[in-house]
Design a protein around this ligand. Structure first.
Ligand code: AP5
Ligand code: MG
Length: 217
């Protein structure tokens, strides 16, 4: 049986931060559509060229594009025993596409959807202060989890970067997209009986304690 976690929650709620921990604990790959799309943008691929405009406007990249990216990723060897989906699906149509991909890949899935519950008011502050390592992807926050040496990754020692969509203006557009497109998934996965909710408005270690319980760690 393949274990699949689906992380749902607004931009900045801590999906990436918690996936990094869970991924190490359970030895499951972190499948993050945002990072996969940004990689395509930096490599100037056709997918990257399409994705750029949508990401800059805080909108969802079209279904066919993200479905292709996800399907290719889930076909890789390391996804055979499970994966953590961070940022996919993000709409009802993407949830349907995921079911189809799982069927096509003939994966027997035990699915857990985790909703990171948090008021959006606290999120702009988190997003504008986020920095990340371009090499290993480690996530920092200059206010709440700063690197040991200013603007350098603790592990890779390279300069940290700030995401282009982490401005207040784009964050507000991303919240709107989240409310309209992604929020309905809570109802969808509740009806399926697989939704768990965690309080994401507390320190990282306390969010992790709730998540670890759900994951049976
Ligand atoms: P994506 O990269 O997925 O961005 P997002 O959903 O907006 O989520 P974030 O990565 O911003 O936040 P996060 O929840 O991972 O928070 P993090 O842990 O980093 O997507 C970007 C764009 O790509 C989308 O807008 C869209 O255009 C496109 N895209 C992606 N997937 C798509 C899809 N499926 N379909 C179509 N388009 C798609 O934490 C944030 C900050 O808070 C960090 O600084 C962190 O250190 C800090 N922090 C974390 N936890 C805590 C805590 N408990 N307390 C205090 N600070 C904390
Ligand atoms: Mg993220």
């Amino acid at each position: 049986m393949t274990k699949a976690f689906i992380f749902l929650g607004p931009p900045g709620c801590g999906k990436g931060t918690q996936t990094d921990i869970l991924s190490k604990e359970l030895n499951l790959p972190h499948v993050d559509t945002g990072s996969l799309l940004r990689k395509n943008i930096s490599e100037k691929t056709e997918i990257g060229k399409i994705a750029q405009g949508y990401i800059d406007k805080g909108q969802l990249v079209p279904l066919e594009v993200v479905s292709t990216v996800i399907k290719n990723r889930l076909m890789e060897d390391d996804c055979k025993n499970g994966y953590i989906l961070d940022g996919f699906p993000r709409s009802l149509e993407q949830a349907g596409a995921l079911d189809k991909i799982i069927e096509e890949l003939n994966q027997k899935i035990e699915m857990t959807a985790v909703y990171f519950d948090i008021p959006t008011e606290v999120l702009v502050e988190r997003l504008v202060n986020r920095r990340s390592c371009p090499k290993c992807g480690k996530i920092y926050n200059i206010k709440t989890s700063a690197p040991k040496v200013e603007n350098k990754c603790d592990d890779c020692k390279v300069d940290l970067i700030q995401r282009k969509d982490d401005t207040k203006e784009t964050a507000l557009l991303r919240f709107e997209t989240y409310e309209k497109e992604t929020h309905p998934l809570l109802d969808f996965y509740t009806k399926r009986g697989v939704l768990k909710t965690i309080n994401a408005n507390q320190p990282v270690k306390d969010v992790w304690a709730e998540l670890a319980k759900i994951a049976g760690i």
